[in-house]
Design a binder for this molecule. Structure first.
Ligand SMILES: C[S@@+](CC[C@H](N)C(=O)[O-])C[C@H]1O[C@@H](n2cnc3c(N)ncnc32)[C@H](O)[C@@H]1O
Ligand SMILES: [Zn+2]
Length: 153
């Protein structure tokens, strides 16, 4: 099993809180799993509206596929602090139970696992591309990358 990477959340230049590496990470390493409550899409749509009404500005809902979403709002891990970047240093993989045995223990459900795309130095903020669907109502992106697309969606 891969050893857990040393990470910490701190204030970010991109948006409020971000997750930072505390040790060097090699390209292709397993960085962290995005943990939270596994819920159905319908429940997630309902909660999204509820969270908006409650003024929870940051979305901690991670869509796995058409049917399932991981909600890290109330019962989430550190990965929920990872911000979006248009030129990210990490990527996300949805891992099916049958490919999981070597990586993490499993109770027969899909997992969201975050890997490094390139070597990451201590102190660097971790980012991945949220790949939000294109919408008319744009969320401005502050990732600061040379090729920033200007919005998350
Ligand atoms: C999962 S949270 C990330 C952690 C967040 N920074 C926090 O403090 O809780 C996702 C939210 O962070 C904000 N965010 C993430 N990346 C961003 C970016 N590149 N530009 C602007 N806002 C971003 C958006 O509001 C997004 O819905
Ligand atoms: Zn950007």
């Amino acid at each position: 099993m891969a050893r857990k990477k040393k990470l910490k959340f701190q204030r970010s230049k991109i948006h409020e809180w971000g997750l930072v590496a505390l040790e060097p990470i090699e390209a292709g390493d397993l960085v962290i799993e995005y943990v939270g409550e596994l819920i159905r899409r319908k429940v997630s749509d309902f909660r999204e509206k509820k969270y908006e009404a409650m003024g929870i500005g940051s979305s901690y809902l991670f869509r796995i596929d058409d049917d399932y979403v991981v909600d890290a709002t109330k019962h989430g891990g550190l990965a929920r602090f990872i911000n979006h970047c248009c030129e990210p240093n990490c990527l996300t993989k949805i891992i099916s139970p049958n490919c999981l045995t070597k990586i993490i223990s499993v109770e027969g459900q899909k997992k969201i696992v975050i890997y490094s795309k390139r070597a990451i130095a201590p102190g660097e903020e971790l980012t991945y591309d949220y790949k939000f669907p294109i919408e008319e109502n744009k969320i401005p992106c502050f990732c600061g990358a040379d090729r920033c697309r200007g919005s998350l969606n």
